[in-house]
Write a protein that binds this ligand. Structure first.
Ligand SMILES: C[S@@+](CC[C@H](N)C(=O)[O-])C[C@H]1O[C@@H](n2cnc3c(N)ncnc32)[C@H](O)[C@@H]1O
Length: 207
């Protein structure tokens, strides 16, 4: 598959998508989050967009762990990734599918848990807490793909939950896959095989 040209038209669509994402999140924050706890906090869309531009390549499969309103997964699709998102909140899945229609995106969204069936978290010293990460029926069966089918995996865990995503990738991910993890304070970090990679130079979009 040929990557879409990183031209002014694509840049404008990505800007419009980020704006739509912020508009939705502001509304979500003022309504749903105002009434009680919800695990959805939007990542820095523009920083994630830059990381996706840096790592894009032809035929790359992308998965977002906890895709919320779908902005990052749609962004990945528009940039030429084969993009899927798994999200546990059904209402957010409906929003993501509506966003995908609005942006003429083929991004796929499945409602369920991004934890594979049978996965449980336990560290060597007995820590089992997964923080805000919810439990539910695994989403991979409906997706028709397993975690290790993906080349680039993105997640924005809450502070302290990063070890869970690293453990998940270590046990169920492709060892060659890139994990892009958005930290609470340090932007987007890339990991491969559990090792943090140095920050790459900015790319021109790979077109
Ligand atoms: C911090 S938000 C990040 C949202 C989005 N990825 C972003 O970067 O803007 C985490 C999201 O993961 C979802 N989530 C939590 N546990 C999950 C699980 N086990 N499986 C799928 N989604 C989950 C939450 O509902 C929430 O939408």
């Amino acid at each position: 598959m040929v990557l879409p040209a990183f031209d002014e038209r694509l840049r404008a669509r990505l800007r419009e998508l980020c704006d739509a994402g912020w508009e939705f999140f502001d509304h979500f924050d003022r309504t749903v989050r105002e009434r009680g706890f919800h695990a959805f906090i939007a990542s820095e869309y523009e920083a994630v967009r830059d990381a996706l531009i840096t790592h894009r390549a032809s035929g790359v499969r992308f998965l977002e762990l906890g895709s919320a309103s779908g902005i990052i997964t749609i962004m990945a699709d528009l940039l030429g990734y084969e993009a899927c998102g798994i999200e546990i909140d059904l209402a957010l899945i409906a929003t993501a599918r509506e966003m995908a229609r609005r942006f003429d995106s083929r991004a796929r969204f499945v409602c369920g848990s991004f934890f594979p069936a049978g996965y449980s978290y336990r560290t060597a010293d007995g820590e089992v807490r997964t923080g805000t990460l919810g439990e539910g029926k695994s989403g991979y069966q409906e997706l028709g793909l397993a975690l290790d089918d993906f080349d680039v995996v993105f997640g924005f865990p809450w502070g302290g939950e990063e070890p869970v995503l690293l453990d998940l990738m270590k046990r169920y991910g492709n060892p060659e896959a890139l994990l892009l993890m958005h930290g609470v304070n340090d932007g987007v970090q890339a990991y491969r095989g559990g090792q943090r990679l140095p920050k790459p130079q900015m790319s021109d979009g790979g077109s």
